[in-house]
Design a protein around this ligand. Structure first.
Ligand code: URA
Length: 234
C-alpha cells in the first residue's frame, strides 16, 4: 500500500504513529498503539524534507535574474513531493504572484478539471513552472530567465523523481526538452527528460484551452495518452 499526504494525515489524526522512512528508503511502519501487530506500509521514496526546504529558501531569496525586482513573491510549486505525476507550466501569472501558488486562477481551475478527468486530484500531483517569478505583463519567459531558473526545477525533478511529466503548452515543453518543435508536432509523442529519465508528454496550456475551447478534445486525447504511458511505466 502506498500513502499520499491526505492518507498520512488521516492515519495521524486517528492516532496511528506513522514512521516515515528516510530519503531513499521505501517503507513506513504504521503502528496502532493498542494493536500489537505493526501495520507495514510501503511508501514511495520520500523527498528529504530538509533538502526540499533548503531549495525552497534558495528560490525565495533568488536574485539571479531581473524578474525578482517585479515579483510579490516566488512561486515554488505545490502538491505532493512524493507524486508520480509532475505537471509543469510556464510561469506565474498575476494571481499566482499574489498567492504564491501555481495555477490558482481560471487556468488553474481548468487544470484541476483536466486532472480530475484522468482520476487525479490536485493534491496528489506536484505542480511547478519553468519560471518561479512572474514575467511582466505575462510576456514569454526570456532565454536568460529560463537559464537562471532551470537549476531549481531540475533539482525539484530529481528530488520528486516522478513517473511522468506533463508539460503544459509550448513554452513549458520547448524549454523543458530544449527543442523548438511546434506544439502541434509534440502532441501524441513520448519524449524523455534526461536526468532522471522520465517520460514527458505534451499538451496544450489550459489558458490556451480557455481561449480555444474547441481544442479541448485534443487535450483530452493527450491526457489519455499520458495515462497510457504512465501505466506502461508502472
Ligand atoms: N500559467 C502557468 O503557466 N503557470 C501558472 O502557474 C499559472 C498560469
Amino acid at each position: 500500500m502506498t500513502l499520499n499526504t491526505a492518507q498520512r494525515r488521516y492515519l495521524e489524526a486517528m492516532g496511528i504513529d506513522v514512521f516515515i522512512a528516510r530519503y531513499g528508503e521505501s517503507r513506513v511502519l504504521a503502528v496502532k498503539p493498542e494493536n500489537p501487530v505493526p501495520v507495514v506500509i510501503t511508501y514511495p521514496p520520500a523527498v528529504d524534507p530538509a533538502e526540499w526546504e533548503t531549495l525552497r529558501g534558495e528560490v525565495a531569496a533568488c536574485k539571479r535574474c531581473a524578474l525578482h525586482k517585479g515579483r510579490t513573491q516566488t512561486v515554488f510549486g505545490v502538491g505532493d513531493t512524493a507524486a508520480k505525476w509532475l505537471i509543469i507550466g510556464e510561469a506565474p501569472g498575476a494571481e499566482e504572484d499574489r498567492q504564491g501558488e501555481p495555477f490558482v486562477g481560471r487556468a488553474g481551475r481548468l487544470l484541476n478539471s483536466m486532472l480530475q478527468a484522468i482520476g487525479l486530484r490536485r493534491d496528489e500531483v506536484y505542480i511547478a513552472n519553468i519560471l518561479k517569478c512572474r514575467p511582466p505583463d505575462n510576456r514569454d519567459p526570456r532565454p536568460e530567465e529560463v537559464a537562471c531558473c532551470e537549476p531549481y526545477l531540475r533539482r525539484q525533478i530529481r528530488m520528486i523523481n516522478p513517473k511522468i511529466i506533463l508539460a503544459l503548452g509550448r513554452v513549458a515543453a520547448q524549454n523543458l526538452l530544449k527543442i523548438d518543435t511546434p506544439i502541434g508536432k509534440m502532441r501524441g509523442r513520448r519524449y524523455e527528460y534526461p536526468d532522471p529519465r522520465v517520460p514527458v508528454i505534451v499538451t496544450y496550456h489550459p489558458a490556451y484551452l480557455l481561449r480555444s475551447p474547441k481544442e479541448k478534445r485534443k487535450s483530452w486525447q493527450d491526457l489519455q495518452f499520458a495515462l497510457r504511458v504512465y501505466r506502461e511505466s508502472e
